[in-house]
Design a protein around this ligand. Structure first.
Ligand code: C2E
Ligand code: MG
Ligand code: MG
Length: 745
């Protein structure tokens, strides 16, 4: 814009100056030509008047000299006295009244077309026109030989070539199209010269010619000459003493040629300057455009950088989801909106189950990949209007602004659970991961951000406690539970050093002999305020925060030492079963810990049996097989605990080096009323036998149970019906009793 304006301005200025210069030049040339024409007219007038006066003097001299003498003699005499004008140019002639030549300084000549062109009393002027060769035409100036009023006796004439009067024509001064002419008062141009051309006898409007030029001393005016149509600065002057007018003209085209050439030069220069200025401006314009573009680019980059920075500040860079800070804003805004329009909101708090195990065992890259996939699945499980955010680690939150009815919420939660639990492929292996979901609703479960988040978190922990892979709504009851849980967690960390853990032991009996053949070590926590806390209440916690590893190490060592202690007291060697948790099982230090315990206590490895669950084995089959094989190599026995509750196919069991299957207590519990449980129990016993494994039934609570299991030829039984778990000292007392009797049931 700026540069177009500048260009327009520059061009206007250049051309205004140029045009005004050209105009000045033109008008100067015009004035000069007009003045010049007048000057030349004055010069010409003087020349013509001088010539005419000489001619008139000759005429008068001849007339005076005649005085009755023979005319030829008089002419001869005058010629000899050198009183006549040069014969080369002038002929002096005497003629009678009829016009017949009676004496002449020249031989008679003919071919002339004689016409009077001006006449008055005194001097008469005639044009003797030579039509074939106009420059040979002559002008005759005559006077009567006698005085006025007397008898006509003839004429004396001086004839002169018409060209003589225009011989002063100089192309340098008058150009090619100028004019020098004499006009006769009868309306005939006596002679006219333009360039090299001489004309005679042309018609001219004498009155008009002179009228146009009445202002003496004024510059010449321009007019179109009637005889040749050329525009000229024309001056016509009548001569006072003679019936003749002189005409001088300068061609406008000739006179203005220099000015026009100069004007052209100006125009060309102006054109060049315009072009150069335009080019310079265009260049400047382009440069400035480039500069502006570069500036705009820098600005855009800065903006982009700022946008990116803002994006990073508010998004999780692994998954691209809104981060905690951003979510907090969104939640606050959502709550404000809901408050104003009296709406409800639902907050889902998600925590992946066993994520840490995957991250630890497969590496962080695989963990990251998993988180990305989970976030994708979460995104597609909910609606556009819902917000999915990542709080960090394996924690996600989802805000549902439109779903408010509990059944709808449960549906969404189910959809999420299903989406997440689909198999993943990570580092070439197939995995499953589940998620626990806590649900809190606005405004029922919290009216501010912190409360709502906290309550959703509490509900999520409850979902974990309920066996993970499920969703729980928040309730007031949960809150008190969670407070307890919080207290538990902090005291759990100190429990080990405060020696608050202890082991209870429950017996296992051989079905055939009815005698105690082994013990299972069961962990208890003697909490200073809560009293005896059962494993169900704190093991998931210890599993989550990793404390299970040192606690488990203590369990193994304590169980082994107890076993050896009983033997040292004189009891027979009993088997000792120890439960392992998932985290412990995948811990690289497990083998070292077991070997260490066996070595430190001196217990025979064959007496030790580790109990693991199906899900622990299936989580990472190749690794599980490896760990189990190593355990088998040092002689430790392996039992699969709570069998039947997992999802593993029975055929897969073959892949593992197992010694014992423990049928889960829940099947035994309903055995007598539930045909399904009965069938399953029988199938497991069959399977175990076919695989050559020892089958143990847990949770045996009645004689009917014992009876049924005996009929199914179950190998061993364990349960309250025989013995409840007891502390070591009480077991020692019982052992004394047991080994005294034959059979315990
Ligand atoms: P589990 O290994 O299946 O242990 C058997 C559970 O059944 C024990 O519960 C036991 O007290 C209970 N029980 C025994 N007989 C009966 C009966 O006749 N009826 C009923 N209803 N229950 C019976 P406890 O001691 O509360 O342990 C629960 C679970 O905690 C154990 O299940 C085991 O998975 C885990 N656990 C216990 N001690 C440890 C430990 O030192 N380390 C690990 N990782 N887990 C442990
Ligand atoms: Mg067990
Ligand atoms: Mg069990």
């Amino acid at each position: 814009m700026l540069f177009s304006g500048l260009a327009l301005l520059t061009l206007t200025a250049i051309w205004l100056v140029t045009l005004s210069l050209a105009e000045r030049e033109r008008s100067a040339a015009d004035r000069q030509a007009a003045m010049l024409a007048v000057d030349m007219a004055e010069t010409y007038e003087a020349q013509v008047v001088r010539a005419l006066r000489e001619i008139d003097t000759t005429l008068k001299l001849v007339r005076y000299s005649l005085d009755g003498r023979p005319p030829q003699d008089v002419l001869e005499e005058l010629r000899q006295q050198d009183m006549l004008p040069p014969a080369l140019l002038f002929e002096v002639r005497l003629s009678d009244a009829e016009g017949n030549v009676i004496a002449s300084t020249h031989e008679p000549s003919d071919g002339y077309d004689t016409s009077p062109v001006a006449g008055q009393e005194g001097l008469r002027v005639e044009l003797h026109r030579q039509v074939e060769s106009e420059q040979d035409s002559r002008l005759a100036f005559s006077r009567r030989l006698t005085e006025e009023g007397r008898h006509e006796s003839g004429w004396v004439s001086v004839l002169v070539n018409a060209a003589y009067f225009v011989s002063g024509y100089e192309s340098d001064a008058l150009g090619e199209q100028g004019v020098l002419a004499l006009a006769g008062s009868e309306g005939i141009l006596l002679v006219r010269r333009t360039g090299e051309n001489i004309h005679t006898g042309e018609q001219v409007d004498y009155i008009n010619l002179l009228e146009d030029n009445d202002a003496l001393g004024e510059p010449a005016r321009i007019s179109v000459s009637g005889w040749d149509g050329v525009r000229r600065y024309l001056v016509a002057r009548p001569l006072f003493e003679f019936p003749i007018a002189i005409v001088v003209g300068l061609s406008q085209a000739d006179e203005m040629a220099v000015a026009a050439a100069l004007r052209h030069t100006y125009y060309w220069r102006a054109l060049l300057v315009s072009f150069v200025s335009l080019a310079v401006l265009a260049l400047l314009g382009r440069l400035s455009w480039k500069l502006r573009k570069a500036q705009a680019k820098v600005l855009e980059e800065r903006l982009e950088h700022a946008r990116r920075a803002e994006y990073l500040a508010f998004h999780d860079n692994l998954t691209g989801l809104p981060n905690r800070a951003y979510f907090s804003r969104l939640l606050t805004k959502g709550m404000q909106h809901a408050r104003r329009y009296d709406k409800h909101l639902t907050l889902l708090f998600l925590d992946l189950d066993r994520f840490k195990a995957i991250n630890d065992s497969l590496g962080h890259d695989a963990g990251d990949e998993l988180l990305q996939e989970v976030s994708r699945r979460l995104g597609s499980a909910v609606r556009e209007s819902d917000t999915v955010a990542r709080l960090g680690g394996d924690e996600f939150v989802i805000l549902l602004p439109e779903v408010t009815h509990p059944s709808q919420i449960a549906q969404v939660a189910d959809k999420i659970l299903t989406a997440v639990s689909q198999p993943f492929t990570l580092v070439g292996q197939e995995f499953r991961i589940t998620v626990s979901i806590g649900i809190a609703r606005y405004p029922a479960d919290g009216e501010d951000e912190q409360t709502l988040m906290k309550h959703a978190d509490v509900a999520m922990y409850h979902a974990k406690e309920e066996g993970k892979n499920n969703a729980q709504f928040y309730s007031e009851q949960l809150k008190s539970d969670s407070l307890e849980r919080l207290a538990l967690e902090s005291s759990l960390r100190k429990a080990l050093e405060r020696q608050e853990f202890l082991l209870y032991y429950q017996s296992k009996l051989d079905m055939a002999t009815g005698r105690v053949i082994g013990m299972e070590a069961l962990l208890r926590w003697q909490h200073p305020e809560l009293g005896l806390v059962l494993p169900k209440q704190f093991i998931p916690l210890a599993e989550e925060n990793g404390l299970i590893v040192p606690i488990g190490r203590w369990v193994i060592y304590t169980a082994c030492r107890q076993n050896v202690a009983w033997q040292e007291t004189g009891f027979p060697a009993l088997g000792m079963a120890v439960n392992l948790s998932a985290r412990q099982f995948l811990d690289d230090g497990l083998l070292r810990d077991i070997k260490g315990a066996l070595q430190a206590t001196g217990m025979a490895p064959e007496l030790l049996e580790v109990e693991i669950t199906e899900s622990m084995m299936m989580q990472d089959m190749p690794k599980a097989v490896g760990v189990l094989q190593e355990l088998r190599e040092i002689g430790v026995r392996i039992a699969i605990d709570d069998f039947g509750t997992g999802y593993s196919s029975l055929s897969k069991l073959q892949a593992f080096p197992l010694d014992t299957i423990k049928i889960d207590g829940s099947f035994i519990h309903d055995l007598l009323d539930n045909a399904g449980d009965r069938n399953l129990t029988e199938a497991i016993i069959d399977l175990g036998k076919n695989l050559g494994l020892t089958v143990v039934a847990e949770g045996v609570e009645s004689a009917a149970h014992v009876e049924y299991l005996r009929r199914q030829a179950c190998d061993q039984i364990q349960g309250f019906y025989m013995h409840e778990p007891q502390p070591a000292e009480e077991v020692a007392l019982s052992l004394k009793k047991w080994f005294g009797s034959e059979s315990l049931y």
